[in-house]
Design a protein around this ligand. Structure first.
Ligand code: ATP
Ligand code: MG
Length: 418
C-alpha cells in the first residue's frame, strides 16, 4: 500500500475521552476510531490486524475438524425465553420493532445454534460435531472503559461442540484446550490456563488469561506448579501457600482472552435436541462451548507490545510485514533517484509475496516519517535515502542495530527477518 494514496488516520493528540492504553495507542496510530463508549470502528490498518488474528484462530479451529458457519445477530424473543435468559441475562440488548415485536441482539449463540444443530443431528452417527463462527456480539456492559478489552459491540469466535457422552465431550475439551494454547502461542501471548467457577454443571470451567495491568480479572497463581484460579472463586492472598505444591502464591491482574465450558445438557434440553443411540433410544445431546475474544485480543496485544514511541506488533498479526520509507532530499533529481529505487524495492517485495506499507510521500520530512513509523509499529523497517547510497537500511522495530544491506539481498533479508 502506498501511503501517498492511502487513507491517513494518524493523530498527534492522545484522545481525551479514552482512559485505556490500548485504545489510546490504537486511535493515535490510526487503527481504530471511537464511535461511543465500547464501540469502535476498525480502520483499514486495524482491520488488517483483526483479520490476521481471526485467521490464526480460523486455521486452528479448522485443524480441529470444526466447521465455520455464520449465525444471525437479530434473534426473536421466544428463543431467549425458552432458556430463561430473556430475563436473567443482564447484558442482553433488547430491541423493539415498529410493530412491537421484541428481539435480542446476540450476546452469545447457544439459543440459535441448538435449533440449527437439530436439523443435522439425529443419531449417534451424526456425532461428534463442532460448529463455530467469528462474529460481532452485542452486550450491554455496565462499564466500557477498557477500550477493545470490553466492548458493547465486539468480535468473538464461538465454537459449539455436540457429543453422545461426557467422555467424548471431555476428550474434545482437551483437544480445544490444546488448540487454544497453539493459538495464543502463535499470537506471541503467554496465556495462563485458569480454573474458574463452572456454574452448576461442572466443578470448573477454564479461562485463558493474559497478564496485563488493564485486565479486569484477578488471578491467584503459583509459578512453581502452574496452578491458577480466578479470584472470583479463590480468596487466597499474595504469599499464601499453594494448595497443590506449597510454594508461595501470587495475585496478578489479567484479561480473559478465552473461555471453555462444559454445557452438558443445559441448552439441549430446553430445545429438545436429542440423538438416538445404537438401540434406538433417545438421549439429550451433550454440549461444550468455547469462546475467544478476537477484538479483545487485539487490545491485549496492543497493551503488551508497545514502547513510549508506539506499537510493536508481533509479526504474525502486524498489518504489514515491512514498512518501506523513501526519504526526500532538497535536491529534486536526487529525490527522483531515491524514489525510483524505493519503487523497485516495493515491487520486488510485493512480487515475493511480502506485504509492504510504502511511505512514498515526497513532502514529508524524514523525522516525521520515523515518528509515524514507530507509532504504527510494523516489525521491519527499510529505509532508502541519500545516506544509504546504493544500499538499503534495515531496522527492526523491536530494537536491534541498523544494518545496511545490498539491493540484491533485499527479498532474502526480509524473508529471514519476518
Ligand atoms: P468477561 O468475564 O470478561 O465479561 P465473559 O465470561 O462474559 O467475559 P464469554 O461469554 O465466555 O465471556 O465470552 C467469550 C470471550 O469473549 C471472553 O473470553 C472474552 O475474551 C470475550 N469477551 C467477553 N465479553 C467481552 C466484551 N464485552 N468485549 C470484548 N470481548 C469480550
Ligand atoms: Mg461478561
Amino acid at each position: 500500500m502506498r501511503q501517498s494514496t492511502a487513507s491517513y488516520f494518524i493523530r498527534k493528540e492522545v484522545p481525551k475521552d479514552e482512559e485505556a492504553q490500548n485504545a489510546q495507542l490504537l486511535i493515535r496510530a490510526g487503527y481504530i476510531d471511537k464511535l461511543m463508549a465500547g464501540v469502535y470502528s476498525f480502520l483499514p490498518l486495524g482491520l488488517r490486524v483483526l483479520r490476521n488474528i481471526e485467521n490464526i484462530i480460523r486455521e486452528e479451529m479448522n485443524a480441529l475438524g470444526a466447521e465455520e458457519l455464520l449465525l444471525p445477530v437479530l434473534h426473536p424473543r421466544e428463543i431467549w425465553e425458552k432458556t430463561g435468559r430473556w430475563e436473567s441475562l443482564d447484558v442482553l440488548f433488547k430491541v423493539t420493532s415498529k410493530d412491537k415485536r421484541e428481539y435480542a441482539l446476540g450476546p452469545t449463540h447457544e439459543e440459535v445454534i441448538v435449533p440449527v444443530a437439530q436439523k443435522t443431528i439425529f443419531s449417534y452417527k451424526d456425532l461428534p460435531l463442532g460448529l463455530y463462527q467469528i462474529q460481532t456480539k452485542f452486550r450491554d456492559e455496565a462499564r466500557a472503559k477498557s477500550g477493545l478489552l470490553r466492548g458493547r459491540e465486539f468480535l468473538m469466535k464461538d465454537l459449539y461442540s455436540f457429543h453422545t457422552s461426557e467422555d467424548d465431550l471431555e476428550a474434545y475439551y482437551q483437544k480445544v484446550t490444546d488448540a487454544y494454547k497453539t493459538i495464543f502461542k502463535r499470537l506471541s501471548l503467554d496465556a495462563l490456563l485458569v480454573e474458574a467457577s463452572g456454574g452448576s454443571f461442572s466443578r470448573y470451567s477454564h479461562e485463558f488469561q493474559v497478564e496485563t495491568e488493564t485486565g479486569e480479572d484477578s488471578i491467584v497463581l503459583c509459578r512453581a506448579c502452574s496452578f491458577a484460579q480466578n479470584r472470583e472463586i479463590n480468596d487466597a492472598k499474595e504469599g499464601d501457600a499453594c494448595s497443590s505444591c506449597g510454594e508461595k502464591l501470587e495475585v496478578v491482574t489479567a484479561s480473559e482472552v478465552g473461555n471453555i465450558f462444559k454445557l452438558k445438557t443445559k441448552y439441549s434440553e430446553p430445545f429438545n435436541l436429542l440423538f438416538s443411540d445404537e438401540k434406538g433410544e433417545s438421549h439429550p445431546v451433550i454440549m461444550g462451548c468455547y469462546g475467544i475474544g478476537v477484538s479483545r485480543l487485539m487490545g491485549v496485544i496492543a497493551e503488551l507490545f508497545h514502547d513510549e514511541k508506539g506499537l510493536i506488533w508481533p509479526s504474525a498479526v502486524a498489518p504489514y510485514q515491512v514498512h518501506l520509507l523513501g526519504l526526500s532530499t532538497s535536491d529534486e533529481k536526487e529525490t527522483e533517484m531515491i524514489f525510483k529505487r524505493a519503487d523497485e524495492v516495493y515491487t520486488t517485495l510485493q512480487n515475493a509475496g511480502i506485504s509492504v506499507l510504502f511511505d512514498d510521500r515526497k513532502d514529508i520530512s524524514a523525522g516525521e516519517k520515523f515518528v509515524e513509523s514507530d507509532l504504527v509499529g510494523i516489525p521491519l523497517r527499510l529505509v532508502i535515502s541519500k545516506r544509504t547510497g546504493d544500499k538499503i537500511e534495515f531496522k527492526e522495530r523491536n530494537g536491534g542495530e541498523e544494518q545496511l544491506v545490498d539491493f540484491s539481498y533485499v527479498t532474502q533479508y526480509c524473508e529471514e527477518n519476518i
